[in-house]
Design a protein around this ligand. Sequence first.
Ligand SMILES: Cc1cc2nc3c(=O)[nH]c(=O)nc-3n(C[C@H](O)[C@H](O)[C@H](O)COP(=O)(O)OP(=O)(O)OC[C@H]3O[C@@H](n4cnc5c(N)ncnc54)[C@H](O)[C@@H]3O)c2cc1C
Length: 377
Amino acid sequence: MKKPLNAPVLIVGGGIAGLALGIALRRAGRDVELVELNSAWNVYGVGIILQANALRALRQIGLADACIAAGFPYAVSLHHEENGQPQAARHKPSLLDEGLPASCGILRPALHNLLRDAALAAGVQVRLGITVADIRDESDAAQVSFTDGSQGRYSVVVGADGIRSHVRTLRFPEAMPPRFTGQGCWRFTLPRSAEVSSAVMYHGRQARLAGLVPVSPDQMYLLLLSEEPGNPRMPDAELPDLLRDRLQHFGGQIPAAMAHMPGPEGIVYRPLETQLVAAPWHRGRVVLAGDAAHATTPHMAQGASMALEDAVVLADSLDDADSLESALQSYSLRRFDRCRRVVEASVQIGQWQMRPEPGADPLALVREVAVELMRPA
Ligand SMILES: Cc1cc2nc3c(=O)[nH]c(=O)nc-3n(C[C@H](O)[C@H](O)[C@H](O)COP(=O)(O)OP(=O)(O)OC[C@H]3O[C@@H](n4cnc5c(N)ncnc54)[C@H](O)[C@@H]3O)c2cc1C
């Protein structure tokens, strides 16, 4: 039975976790306020992959069909040698019995717009360009001061403010900072070629993995994972040349895709970093969700899935429990092992790419974990 929270929930961060949580809480009849630091409230224009478990969480907040319609569903990953020679076709675990495809490529802005519009339509009260300055727990509420000088009282404060979470710094000051894994990820968007109707991957020298993923009938994105010792800064102006250099030995569809390489403004480079905060993910009235609690690498394309699942499970836990403390305990209990499995397996796969070990089978580990994740969150 739903227990009344005595004040609104405050969500800090209007990304995937924060918006999904806002929608889930509004569907449960909660009052929700959200602050987002980025006053433009925009995201970069490349793609991501939503796996079946992400689509299941999106279905729970009423958005799976819209995401599938805005993206490009597919069922297989086609793996190749560096020169384009086919290696293996891997059928991805799916939730077909729940009417969901195995995967869906989607442009990050398309996903953001769907989540944002649904959150606003559901009645989440959003303020942009500010964040929390201070959070003080009192017996019946958290007293929050914001950077614009305003104040508010909330039943719960959710840190959904991403991998460099300010809320985590405020409430979990001992948490280790995100750790660079040794690899970086390059992405740009280009017109979809008719041959790319599922993920098409190429395993190259120097631990490089290049791929093409459809994100709509007209578009796909190119991604490259590369080892980047020392985590070098990649000057914006040099991004096209640096990426061209790293792709030069790839065959198959990659040379044709390189002909569409945009200028620096169209290339997104991110060093890969991970973070796993020890459970429980709450202290007093403050709780973490999404990358703020557990950031992973894209090797399993599960970061957004975990953020979406967090949102659904946290809203559900707040609905079910006898007290706030037991609700937040239950949330961490339900989430920690699953998120740890994703983070550790993703890091392991990256390490095997950089330092191959006899008998190591990264694709088998991807599949093993993906099958586990088909179980409900
Ligand atoms: C290279 C790369 C590729 C990826 N590919 C995939 C993929 O294919 N599939 C997949 O599932 N996942 C992928 N991910 C992971 C996925 O993008 C993240 O896990 C997901 O975005 C996490 O959502 P989040 O809401 O926790 O954080 P974010 O999406 O980062 O959102 C955080 C929000 O908080 C805001 N914010 C930050 N600081 C503050 C503050 N102090 N106050 C208020 N607001 C603040 C930010 O502006 C942002 O809007 C990838 C990640 C990387 C780096």
